[in-house]
Design a binder for this molecule. Sequence first.
Ligand SMILES: C[C@H](O)[C@H](O)[C@@H](O)C(=O)CO
Ligand SMILES: [Mn+2]
Length: 418
Amino acid sequence: MSYEESRKRYAALGVDTDAVIRLLRAVPVSLHCWQGDDVRGFDTDPSKPLTGGIQTTGNYPGRARTPEELMADLDMVLSLIPGTPKMNLHASYAIFENGEWADRNRLQPKHFRKWAAFCKERNLGCDFNPTFFSHPKCDPLTLSSPNAETRKFWIEHGKACIRISSYLAEELGFPCVMNIWTGDGFKDIPGDRIGPRIRYRDAIDEILREPYDFSRVKPCIESKVFGIGVEAYTTGSAEFALCYAAMNRDKCIPLMDNGHYHPTEVVSDKIPALLTFFREIALHITRPIRWDSDHVVLYDDETREIAREIVRCGGLDGRVHIALDYFDASINRISAWATGYRNLQKALLYALLQPHEEMKGLQDKGQFSRLMVLQEEIKTMPFGDIWAEYCRFCGKPADGEWFPLVEEYEKKVLVNRK
Ligand SMILES: C[C@H](O)[C@H](O)[C@@H](O)C(=O)CO
Ligand SMILES: [Mn+2]
């Protein structure tokens, strides 16, 4: 079927596909830099182990080893994805110039000058993350450590990151979402659960005392149920993060990563729950398989459901900050990046093409049989034509066109990285 015919089918449902396409193209979605180099970063020895309870598995050729390689790979990805991407950097991706080096507690905006220039040239906003892992000062705890020296170091890191986030927001003219996540926790049954949480709370309080304009810098608190080696207890549990954000609504927002909950919990259902109380929330979209495995985002049921809730709850009006967070080293990293980003775009498009008012009306009137039939029949609407038109409208390759470009890049560029 052609776009024209498909557009009429959607119009009959009351959906204006042209308006949807225009709307989606303007929605910022953060592209995580860490998919390109297996979360290694540049500020410390890249061969060091990845800590904090996260893991990349696989050894596919072509990992970016330098900022230049990462930027070249990002350019390749940017050429393949429709929409409005925003960069998402971890502090460990600092770029030092003229032989200088600074530890994480001494990082400055100038160490992100090259990233700011990269974003500016491409008209991208940039989100930011303090990196509380893969560093000798993890003892292994960071902000919740009983050691005051350790906490001081990481608090200073958090404050430095607020200053860097303010710089990125100012320089690029887009708000900077700054996410606080630590892998702090214990492998086995703790002897004290509340102590680390009180220290964690106080440390975040201290970080957020660093001045910033909350309309431009958006600190987030991300929770996690467990990590590798921290199976029994995480300091920043769901209740901790949510309570912290609720008690500090004028300073920060909660962030939900859909790999960070018990396997039967779904973030799609948590989105409207949080938006009942918070003006803004942030999301890390990933794909857990049995655990927080950070697999590439697919066009699957839960991704579509998350997108439907973002759309239905008015999240595209700046209330939901959307970012990707996964890392796969077992397949072509650029393909992984583009597949996940395109799938999230597909899920958002799919969500925007639904007659939400009608569905809500059927629910409110108790017409659940009709609601079920409508929801099922939407699944076989000619979505593919609208997706192809969206890619064309954004000037990006359609399905079937982009993967050969990745293969070509792999042959020309990636295989030469030994
Ligand atoms: C790089 C990490 O994935 C990220 O900072 C954090 O958001 C996370 O999800 C850890 O599991
Ligand atoms: Mn995350």
